[in-house]
Structure formats: structure tokens, C-alpha cells
Design a protein around this ligand. Structure first.
Ligand code: UT7
Length: 331
């Protein structure tokens, strides 16, 4: 690791599909109500990708915006990392589909699988690869087409998820280091709490797995809720401690947007100023790896992240995985 190499963040971009699915639409699909969904989760509506679109199209739209804002050429990108659990196909990587669409053929491209913590895992991976001196300019995308892996007859899950994509461009720098702190965690003893049971080596896809709808997300929500609050609060504090920072140093907190009740409980447990916590779960639901980066891009567009701000992202997801990072936004 070359400690003299820093990582500059050049830009962000995001894209959500046009189609809006409201809680009232869901009332017509499963036995649920706007009242239940709103009070239990804070979600009012979510975006659903068009039949003609796939995951890498959402990623492409977000990436193009970030590339334009960074004023770089696709030929300058030497690393593409995509965080997703709902990619174009089990093989090859969505990063390779994205590379083809962008025509960014000077790049290495691969996916990482850390579910809702995927973007923060990606920030850490990109930081390490740039600081090692191996790569100079990276595109990181958090993207999900969760509507394609959702059982639309299961009210326990189908009211929660949405589709979207967010992107960030990074560059090696001798003078700046915008990834101020990062902290990751995982506990594989909880793999069964949130998973897609079929389509892998455990349950190869068969007519029987399809009949049992095992190709869709299964979740034990109540159990996850408790671990999510504990681990997100822990990550929120540890990432500050690692950098010698305090609540007053942070301009904006962007927690994973799965459930407003989880966001509130984490803010309380971590002792962070609630007025600085960004929320957009009402508009998009849980977009897994896309949530924190879409929220960050929106917050920047809204003008609430002045140049030089420190923004703290915190997330939690299947694995179970969790993580946090503090980013300096200097553009
Ligand atoms: O992205 C990271 C991973 N995921 C999460 O972070 C999700 C974490 N968990 C949660 O957000 C919450 O646990 C849920 C929103 C999933 C559920 O909220 P809850 O307050 O834990 O509800 P519950 O699962 O205890 O269900 C309460 C009741 C049940 O009925 P009974 O058994 O009390 O009669 C459910 O059957 O609500 C029922 N229910 C629903 N009712 C109307 C479950 N889903 C629905 C629904 N509409 N969509």
C-alpha cells in the first residue's frame, strides 16, 4: 500500500426508473394497506424498472451522469466496480455488462456482493485498489433491480423494495484524500435471515424450486430489525472513532433506507443529531446497494452538502453485513 496516494471523489450521479408503485397500488395486489406500510416502514412509494430495462441499464444511466459531472472520458476509467445482488445474470458480472454499454474498454470490471452494505463495501474496495497504486480512476455503482427478485404475492417483502442506481467517480490524488474513514463488518451466522434460496449451488433452479418461489427474496424481518439497529449504530460510532471525529464534525448522515423506524432507532442509539439524518425512504423504499448513493446524490443536488462537507454513510444488509464510511464532498 502506497500511503502517499490519496483518493479524490470527483462526482456522483443517480437514476431511478420513471414508474412509481404506490402503497395504494399494492393494496390491490396483496392484503396490505397504505396505513400499515406507512406506519411500519415510512415507505409511501417505490420505483420499478420498465420491462425493457435490466440492472445494467439503471447502472448505465447513473454512471453517465457521474462521468459527465466529473468531466472525464470513459477511456480514462481503469476500474469499474458494481455492488448488486440483483444483477443482469448470475454470470457474467453486471460490471461487464455495464462496461460494454459504456464502451469503457480500458477498465477492469467486477461485481461485489454485500447486499444493502454493497456501496460502502465498494468504497472500501476502491480505496484499497487506488491506494495500492494499481488503478487511477474508478467508477463505483450501487444498483438494484429488486423488483425482478421480489415475490409480488408475499406481503412480508413486496411492500419494502424498489429499483434504482447511484454512481461515484474516484481518482488517485497526491494532495487530497476524500475517503476519510471506513469500517466494515459481517456475520455469516445470520445467512438464513435474509436470502434468495434458489439459483445457486445450495438449491440449483428446478421446476420444484420455481414452484416454491425460491428464486425470490425471503426475509425474517423482525429478527433482522434488531441486529440492524445494533450493528448500524456500532458502525456509525466506530467509523468516527477511527478518524478521531465527532458528531459535530459531520454535516449529514445518510443511513441505509430500509425502514424509517430503523433509521430513528439507529440515530437514537448512536447519539447522532437527528436533524442531520437524511431520509428519502418514503419515495423509493429499500433499494439495497443503491440506497445510500442515490440519497447522497440527491442531497448534493438539493444543495444541502456544501463543498468541504463530511458525509457519513451507514448501511446494513443480507449476509449479514454492515459498514460505514465518512466521505469529504469537495465538488
Ligand atoms: O435492507 C436490510 C434488510 N431488511 C430490513 O432492514 C428489514 C427489517 N425489518 C423491518 O423493517 C420490519 O420487521 C418489517 C417492516 C419487515 C415488518 O415490521 P414489523 O413491525 O416487524 O411487523 P411483523 O413482521 O412483526 O408483522 C406484524 C404483523 C403480522 O401479523 P400478525 O402475526 O401480528 O397477525 C404480519 O403478518 O403485520 C403483518 N404484516 C402485514 N400486514 C399488512 C406483515 N406484512 C404486512 C403487510 N401489510 N405488508
Amino acid at each position: 500500500m502506497n500511503s502517499k496516494i490519496g483518493v479524490k471523489i470527483l462526482s456522483t450521479g443517480s437514476y431511478v426508473p420513471e414508474k412509481i408503485l404506490t402503497n395504494f397500488d399494492l393494496e390491490k395486489m396483496v392484503e396490505t394497506s397504505d396505513e400499515w406500510i406507512s406506519t411500519r416502514t415510512g415507505i409511501k412509494e417505490r420505483r420499478i424498472l420498465d420491462k425493457s430495462q435490466v440492472t445494467s441499464d439503471l447502472a448505465y444511466n447513473a454512471a453517465v451522469k457521474a462521468i459527465e459531472k466529473a468531466k472525464i472520458s470513459v477511456d480514462d476509467i481503469d476500474l469499474i466496480v458494481v455492488a448488486t445482488i440483483s444483477g443482469d445474470a448470475p454470470m457474467p458480472s453486471t460490471a461487464c455488462y455495464l462496461q460494454k454499454k459504456l464502451k469503457a474498454f480500458n477498465s477492469t470490471a467486477f461485481d461485489i456482493s454485500a447486499a444493502c452494505s454493497g456501496f460502502i463495501y465498494g468504497v472500501t474496495v476502491v480505496k484499497g485498489l487506488i491506494q495500492s497504486g494499481l488503478y487511477k480512476r474508478a467508477l463505483l455503482v450501487g444498483v438494484e433491480a429488486l423488483s425482478r427478485v421480489t415475490d409480488w404475492t408475499d406481503r412480508n417483502t413486496c411492500v419494502l423494495f424498489g429499483d434504482g442506481a447511484g454512481a461515484m467517480i474516484f481518482e488517485a490524488s497526491e494532495t487530497e484524500d476524500d475517503i476519510v474513514s471506513a469500517y466494515l463488518g459481517a456475520d455469516g451466522s445470520f445467512t438464513e435471515l435474509l436470502n434468495i434460496p434458489a439459483g445457486g449451488a445450495i438449491n440449483p433452479t428446478t421446476e420444484e424450486t420455481a414452484r416454491q418461489k425460491l428464486q425470490y427474496i425471503k426475509m425474517q424481518g423482525k429478527e433482522i430489525f434488531k441486529v440492524a439497529v445494533t450493528k448500524m449504530a456500532e458502525a456509525a460510532i466506530k467509523v468516527q472513532e477511527k478518524a478521531g471525529l465527532k458528531d459535530e464534525d459531520i454535516t449529514l448522515y445518510i443511513p441505509h433506507q430500509a425502514n424509517l423506524r430503523i433509521i430513528d432507532a439507529v440515530a437514537k442509539k448512536a447519539g447522532v443529531n437527528k436533524d442531520k439524518v437524511y431520509v428519502n425512504v418514503h419515495k423509493y423504499g429499500n433499494m439495497s446497494a443503491a440506497t445510500t448513493i442515490v440519497a447522497l446524490d440527491e442531497a448534493i443536488s438539493e444543495g444541502i452538502v456544501p463543498k468541504g462537507s463530511l458525509v457519513e454513510l451507514v448501511a446494513f444488509g443480507a449476509g449479514l453485513t454492515w459498514g460505514a464510511c465518512i466521505l469529504k464532498i469537495n465538488f
